[in-house]
Design a protein around this ligand. Structure first.
Ligand code: CTP
Length: 419
């Protein structure tokens, strides 16, 4: 699919006489033999118009970022193509977004973060496949080194401090000595404080989305610390252990339930990381990073867990319907966090049963069955379902016949509100 896509882009480039190149992370991962479904393409021409032609041909959606002269074509599944207009840029002020002017490939490469992300492959007919490596990226890949292209790289764009750490830890590379010195210098100048909150948040999320986020978090602890999130935040032994436990619970869940709703793993780790802070600091972070409502809700739900609730869930003899009542309103992320934090064996068993049995329990009866029994629809329908479900979870009813019998019994109970 990726090859077809590259051919299609190449054809469009040739027909329109626009030089086009694969670039950035895709080229890096191609050389490393790492899966990557994000094609980055740079064109020496109008990138947005170019992307419009691709999206038109494929009949798929397009997101334009006019300010940057870039566009993203979104294909089915995980495939995505980013089209960039080759550009030179200068930074109006340190740590601010670049101003874009048209340029050529070399200038475009020069503005990039690290040598390993500044290699290109031509997809033009006359030299299809030509590898362009102006800054020694392939050598650095071979030596497993992260190297900036120029001394001001971290000053121009301080998010690169976090990117350097992320790539280093992802590929088990090393930030080479001079780059490390520049990174420490940028850090001494507190450059991360100058970055917009949204960009910091996005970088943080990318770090937490890594396969094993504890690695970059440990390196952040060593190199920058966590002030860019909150000055009270640290990575103590206790927090590290909690994050490790979260990691193993996430892989347990993924292994066991690959078809269920996917966990927002980054959010699960994030909640684990900030667990050490009080609610006021957590609120400050949520405000600062303007998380989505659903994200904030899950952060708050975990922080507000009642110790009484954990105590009850840790009891051996607790009915299935009770476990269901406790866990049903919580998100999967929060349940995984509880499982990672509290090691009580009964609690572990209840949560496992919840995922394995209770969470997927359905009734045979439906609204139509209640209607057939002469019950007029109303709020008590929900109550009836609820009671029958509880009975089913507790093993008191099993078959459809038994469910119906229970409904009859409930509906005869006048205090229940059924008519
Ligand atoms: N880039 C940069 N400076 C940044 C962000 C991006 O120079 N602050 C450049 C790099 O050349 C990078 C490319 O833009 O390769 C694409 O950026 P992005 O998609 O964020 O990164 P990838 O390298 O594709 O990394 P990942 O595998 O994490 O997606």
């Amino acid at each position: 699919e990726i090859k077809d896509l590259i051919r299609l882009v190449s054809d469009i480039a040739n027909k329109n006489n626009i030089p086009a190149y694969l670039i950035g992370g895709f080229v890096r991962d191609l050389i490393l033999g790492v899966k990557n479904f994000d094609l980055d393409i740079v064109v020496e021409g109008d990138g947005i118009k170019f992307a419009e032609v691709i999206s038109g041909k494929l009949n798929v959606g397009l997101i334009r970022h006019r300010r940057f002269g870039t566009a993203t074509v979104i294909l089915k599944k995980h495939l995505k193509v980013d089209i960039v207009t080759a550009r030179q840029e200068y930074y109006p002020e340190a740590a601010h977004l670049p101003e874009v002017t048209c340029g050529v490939l070399k200038d475009d490469l020069l503005r990039r973060d690290f040598t390993i992300n500044a290699m290109a492959i031509s997809i033009n007919r006359q030299d299809f496949g030509r590898f362009i490596d102006c800054f020694g990226g392939s050598q650095d890949l071979a030596n497993k080194e992260i190297r900036v292209l120029h001394n001001l790289s971290f000053i121009d764009d301080p998010t690169r401090i976090l990117r350097a750490i992320r790539f280093e830890q992802r590929y088990n590379f090393k930030i080479e000595p001079k780059t490390l010195k520049l990174l420490r210098e940028a850090n001494r100048l507190k450059m991360l404080e100058r970055v917009s909150r949204e960009r910091l948040r996005d970088e943080l999320i990318l770090i937490l989305k890594e396969e094993r986020p504890l690695k970059p978090l440990n390196r952040i602890k060593e190199l920058t610390r966590f002030d860019f999130i909150n000055s009270g935040l640290s990575l103590s032994k206790k927090t590290s252990q909690f994050l490790k436990s979260i990691e193993s619970q996430i892989s347990w869940f993924k292994r066991k339930y690959p078809k269920r709703r996917q966990l927002d793993t980054w959010l699960t780790y994030f909640i684990g990381l900030i667990d050490q802070l009080n609610i006021n600091n957590i609120k400050l972070i949520c405000k600062k990073f303007s998380f989505r409502r659903g994200e904030e809700k899950r952060i708050a739900a975990y922080k507000k867990l009642n110790p009484k609730f954990i105590k009850e869930l840790s009891q051996d003899k607790i009915k299935a319907s009770e476990v269901f009542r406790f866990l049903e309103p919580l998100s999967y992320e929060v349940i995984i966090l509880i499982k990672a934090k509290f090691k009580n064996s009964s609690l572990q068993k209840h949560i496992e049963d919840f995922f394995e049995i209770y969470n997927g329990t359905h009734l045979y009866i439906s609204g139509a069955d209640l209607h057939k029994l002469g019950l007029t629809p109303g709020p008590y329908y929900q109550k009836i379902f609820h009671r029958v479900l509880n009975a089913k979870l507790d093993g008191l009813v099993k078959t459809k016949k038994e469910e119906l019998e229970l409904i009859k019994k409930i509906s005869e109970d006048k205090s229940y509100g059924a008519k």
